[in-house]
Design a protein around this ligand. Structure first.
Ligand code: OVP
Length: 403
């Protein structure tokens, strides 16, 4: 699209390592440095371009024609390197191949299809909160709620059998690590790849899935010819890959946000219907999915810089979500703001197809907590879990007072 342009010698460079432990512990200073450096920055360490400003990230995300996903949304390019598992027919595809599976999952996970889960999940959330509070008024919001609730409700909703469910979280953790470079985090997951992948793939078979649920709905769509029988298990695999760790860390994030913003908990308590906007504000504020790569399909000009065809471009969703050019007081978790337009779920044709499921999970648990808890505050140091793609919390000790 872009004709001869100035050589990209003008591109600002950075020696930051977005996948190093120092940045994973606290990525915010690097995000600011990348935003300030310019619209596009060359990450010298990976010889890859990066976008960190809201307008540029947004524009690239909606421009799937020039920033493709088909070459992989991780650092490695499928055209030169063998992927660690068969590519996702959804995440790692573009139109026209992307369209049929996307339509099917959109229908299976649409808010109207989720209505039958609402009451069940509200009751499940009440029961879990009762269990946790019965043990006392200090607990770990990440370990006791965030890491527990999605695993209680989501695998059942998909329709997979009980045994082996503890494999879902480490499988997803590795999948999200694998989008980054082959660093120590990927090496740590490598020994279990065959075991975890083998189990996950097995759960995607029609004979293994329950007769009702998201899995059965996907297979029914293949019976109707909306996707092929070869695509059905891969669509189920997408749910199992993308749907567990993201919601675990998203729920931990919103609880961490409230524990560190006591006035916002009071606001939610006064108006429980704010739980939905609170979740989107938490996704903006924390960005559980920090980054995704795209690949330039042609020479693309961004500002003064030309990103050459075939090069990887790292989209910093998290940096865009706190860009002061777009958000007033971006570091504040604030239920009074309108967080819509955040790119925490992505934007454009690949925008999170499971976001209604995630929102329902988070709203269920936050609403259950708001019914019983008058105040929530941190009760010790939080501990981060490092992942090449996810911003995650291992431990969020809290102390609550009850009504
Ligand atoms: C955040 C996502 C993440 C990981 C895997 C997949 C999707 C998939 O489709 O397999 S979206």
């Amino acid at each position: 699209m872009t004709a001869p342009a100035r050589p990209s010698s003008t591109v600002p460079t950075s020696d930051a390592d977005p996948f190093g432990s120092e940045v994973l512990e606290d990525p915010l200073p690097m995000h600011e440095a990348l935003r300030e450096a310019g619209p596009v920055v060359l990450l010298e360490r990976y010889d890859t371009f990066a976008l960190a400003r809201y307008d540029d990230v947004h524009a690239a995300l909606v421009n799937w024609q020039e920033f493709e996903s088909s070459a992989g949304v991780g650092l490695s390019n499928f055209r030169y390197e063998e992927p660690w598992r068969p590519p996702s027919i959804l995440l790692e595809a573009d139109p026209p191949r992307h369209d049929a599976p996307r339509r099917v999952l959109q229908k299976v996970l649409d808010p109207r299809a989720l209505r039958r889960l609402r009451e069940d999940w509200a009751a499940d959330a009440d029961a879990l909160v009762d269990e946790v509070l019965a043990r006392g008024t200090t607990f770990d919001a990440a370990k006791d709620l965030g890491a527990v609730f999605p695993l209680r409700v989501f695998p059942d909703a998909v329709g997979i059998p009980q045994p082996g469910r503890e494999k879902l979280l480490p499988y997803g953790d590795h999948a999200f690590n694998a989008f980054g470079p082959a660093n120590d985090l990927v090496a740590k997951g490598a020994p279990r790849v065959a075991e975890l992948s083998g189990w996950v793939n097995e759960q995607c078979r029609r004979e293994v899935l329950a007769p009702t649920g998201f899995g059965a709905d996907i297979w029914a769509a293949s019976d109707r010819g909306e996707i092929t029988p070869e695509q059905a298990p891969l669509a189920v695999r997408s749910l199992l890959t993308a749907g567990v760790d993201t919601t675990v860390h998203g729920i931990s994030a919103i609880l961490y946000a409230f524990a560190t913003h006591p006035d916002q908990w009071q606001r939610l308590r006064a108006e429980p219907a704010l739980a939905r906007v609170a979740f989107d504000e938490a996704v903006r504020w924390e960005s559980p999915v920090q980054t995704f790569f795209r690949t330039a399909t042609t020479d693309v000009r961004i500002g003064d810089v030309v990103v050459p065809e075939g090069r990887k471009v790292l989209m910093f969703l998290a940096a865009a979500n706190r860009d002061p050019r777009r958000w007033a007081d971006p570091d504040r978790f604030d239920l009074a703001r309108d967080p819509s337009g955040h790119v925490g779920f992505g934007m454009g044709i690949h925008q999170c197809v499971g976001q209604h499921v995630a929102r329902l999970e988070a709203v269920s648990i936050v609403t259950a907590l708001a019914r019983r808890v008058r105040s929530i505050e941190l009760d010790g140091p939080t501990v981060r879990h490092h992942n090449n793609t996810l911003r995650a919390l291992e431990s969020v000790p809290v102390r609550v007072t009850l009504d």
